[in-house]
Ligand binder design. Structure first.
Ligand code: SAM
Ligand code: SF4
Length: 468
C-alpha cells in the first residue's frame, strides 16, 4: 500500500526499536569492538550497531568508545568549534508543554514579544560581543501580524551593522510550518531550520504535550519533510533528553535520519542534545522522569558522533562549563555562548528567570568561553562560508569529507577567529588566541598553511569577511 505523509509510522517504527533494544540488554566485548572498528572507518553505524554501544558500562570498553569518538571527531572536524548565540524574540506560546516555562497556562512567566527595534537592539549587542551567527528562537504564538513577524525579524537581524560586524547566518528554531511558510522561510535566507521532536515515543509525547498544535505528533515529525521539500537543505533535529529512555530516543533519531536520507538523499545538518533543565512553573523539568546521568550524556554524544560522523552536534549553555568541555572532545562541533533565554535578555543584561525558558548551566560571557576554548586547543570559529557559497545539504556533506575540511574549514576558522581577536577580544583572550594561531599554523599541510597565512594577512591588514 502506498504510504502518505499522514502515515508517519514509516518514519518512526516503535516496534523495530523495541525489538532491537530487547535483544541488546548487555554488550558482548567482541561485538562492541567490532562496531568501534567499523565506526573508525567514518561510514556511520546502523541502528543495530547503535544498540550494541548503548549498554556499554565496562570501564575499559567505555574508554575505547570515547577514544573512537575522539578519533572520529578529530579526523573529520579537526580542532574547530563553531560559536553562535540564541536570540529569543518572543515567549508567547499557545502550547502546553509541561516541561517549558513558556507554556500557555504558566502564570509565572512575564510575556514579551520584542518589537523590530528591540530585536535590532539585541542584535547590535551580540554583534558588538563578536557574534556572527544567531539562532532565532520563539514560542508558538506570534504578535498580530502572525508568521510574517518571524520573517521581519530575520530581515531585521541581517540589516544591523555595527563597525566591522554583522550577523552572517541566521538559523531558526520555531514551531513547524506549512510547506508554503517553509518556502517563505527559505526565501528569507535562513541557514538551518531546527526543530526538536522532544520525544519520539508516542505515549510519552502525548503525556507531556497537553494542549495546542504541538500535541499533534505527526505534524511535528513530518516538519523536516516539509522543510526539505521547500528547499531548506540544512535541517537540525534533536531530542529533549530526560522525558523518556535515551536508548529509545537515539534509535528513533537514527530512524528519522534514515528516513530523510532515503527521501532526500541527505540527513540532518545538525543534531542537538538538550537535557531537561529546571524551568519556572514546571514540575517535570525539576524532576525528569528519565534523568540522564553525566556519564550517559557523554555516551550519547560519543555514540551519535560515531553513528552519523558528518552531522554536526550542538551543545548549548544548558550544560555546565565542565560537561561542555568534556563533550568537545567526544564529538561536539558547535556551541552557544553568553546566552540569554528571555526576550530582551541581552539588553537588560540579566538572566531573568521570570522571562527565561529554563535555567542555564554556563553563565560565562562570550569572551571567557572563547578564551577557555582556545586554551583547550580548539579554534573558535565564526565561519559562515558554506551557507553563503551555497554549500548546503548534500554539497556540504561532500565537503565534510576529511581532506576537504582541511582545505576550507580550518583556514576559514582561523580567519574568523582572528577577526574576533582583533575586533572584540579582551587583551588576555587576544594573547591566548594569538598563541593558538601560532601553534596551529605550522601543523597545517603546505597548501593549507599558505591559504591560511594569506587570509590571516588580509585580516591583519584590515580586510574583513575573508573566506574560501
Ligand atoms: N517553541 C518552539 C518549539 O517548541 O519547537 C521552538 C522553540 S523552544 C523555545 C526550543 C526548545 O527548548 C524546545 O524544542 C525544547 O526542546 C527546549 N526546552 C523547553 N523546555 C526546556 C527545559 N526545561 N530544559 C531544556 N530545554 C527545554
Ligand atoms: Fe511553547 Fe516551544 Fe515551550 Fe512548548 S517548548 S511551551 S511550544 S515555547
Amino acid at each position: 500500500m502506498k504510504k502518505t505523509m499522514e502515515d508517519t509510522d514509516f518514519i518512526i517504527q516503535e516496534t523495530e526499536i523495541d525489538h532491537i533494544l530487547s535483544k541488546k540488554i548487555a554488550s558482548d566485548a567482541a561485538q562492541v569492538r567490532d562496531v568501534l572498528a567499523k565506526a573508525r572507518e567514518l561510514k556511520g553505524l546502523s541502528l543495530e550497531n547503535v544498540a550494541v554501544l548503548a549498554p556499554v558500562s565496562d570501564p575499559d570498553l567505555l574508554s575505547e568508545l570515547f577514544a573512537a569518538a575522539r578519533y572520529v571527531k578529530e579526523t573529520i572536524y579537526g580542532q574547530r568549534l563553531v560559536i553562535f548565540a540564541p536570540l529569543y524574540i518572543s515567549n508567547f506560546c499557545k502550547n502546553e508543554c509541561t516541561y517549558c516555562a513558556f507554556r500557555v497556562r504558566n502564570p509565572l512567566v512575564q510575556r514579551r514579544a520584542l518589537t523590530q527595534a528591540e530585536i535590532a537592539r539585541e542584535v547590535q549587542i551580540l554583534i558588538e560581543q563578536g557574534h556572527k551567527r544567531i539562532l532565532l528562537v520563539a514560542g508558538e504564538s506570534y504578535p498580530d501580524e502572525g508568521f510574517p513577524y518571524v520573517l521581519h525579524a530575520i530581515d531585521t537581524i541581517y540589516s544591523v551593522k555595527s563597525k566591522n560586524g554583522e550577523i552572517r547566518r541566521v538559523n531558526v528554531n520555531i514551531a513547524p510550518l506549512t510547506l508554503a511558510e517553509f518556502k517563505e522561510l527559505k526565501d528569507a535566507k535562513i541557514g538551518t531550520y531546527q526543530l526538536f521532536q522532544e520525544t519520539y515515543h508516542g505515549d510519552t509525547y502525548k503525556k507531556v504535550h497537553l494542549g495546542g498544535k504541538k500535541r499533534d505528533y505527526n505534524w511535528r515529525v513530518t516538519a523536516m519533510d516539509r522543510a526539505m521539500e521547500a528547499g531548506i537543505n540544512d535541517v537540525g533535529i534533536g531530542v529533549l533528553f530526560g522525558l523518556f529512555d535515551w536508548r529509545f530516543e537515539i534509535l528513533a533519531m537514527m530512524q528519522h535520519i534514515r528516513h530523510l536520507e532515503d527521501r532526500f538523499g541527505v540527513g540532518p545538518h545538525t543534531i542537538s542534545v538538550p537535557r531537561l533543565e529546571p524551568a519556572t512553573g514546571s514540575d517535570i523539568a525539576a524532576q525528569p522522569p528519565f534523568p540522564v546521568s553525566d556519564l550517559d550524556f557523554r555516551k550519547i554524544v560519543a555514540i551519535l558522533r560515531l553513528a552519523v560522523p558528518y552531522t554536526g552536534i550542538i551543545m548549548s549553555t544548558r550544560e555546565t562549563p565542565n560537561i561542555r568541555r568534556e563533550t568537545f572532545a567526544l564529538g561536539v562541533s558547535q556551541i552557544s555562548a553568553g546566552s540569554r533565554t528571555n526576550p530582551g535578555g541581552y539588553f537588560e543584561d540579566e538572566e531573568e528567570l521570570a522571562g527565561g525558558q529554563f535555567s542555564l548551566g554556563d553563565h560565562r560571557p562570550l569572551d571567557e568561553v572563547i578564551r577557555d576554548v582556545a586554551t583547550l586547543g580548539y579554534i573558535p570559529s565564526f565561519c559562515t562560508a558554506c551557507y553563503r557559497l551555497g554549500r548546503t545539504g548534500a554539497d556540504f556533506m561532500d565537503l565534510a569529507k576529511p581532506g576537504e575540511i582541511k582545505e576550507h574549514c580550518d583556514p576559514n576558522a582561523l580567519s574568523t577567529f582572528l577577526e574576533y581577536l582583533m575586533d572584540y577580544a579582551t587583551p588576555e583572550t587576544g594573547q591566548e588566541g594569538e598563541t593558538l594561531i601560532a601553534r596551529v599554523l605550522p601543523q597545517m599541510t603546505g597548501k593549507q598553511q599558505k591559504i591560511s597565512q594569506k587570509m590571516l594577512d588580509r585580516i591583519r591588514a584590515g580586510k574583513r569577511d575573508v573566506f574560501c
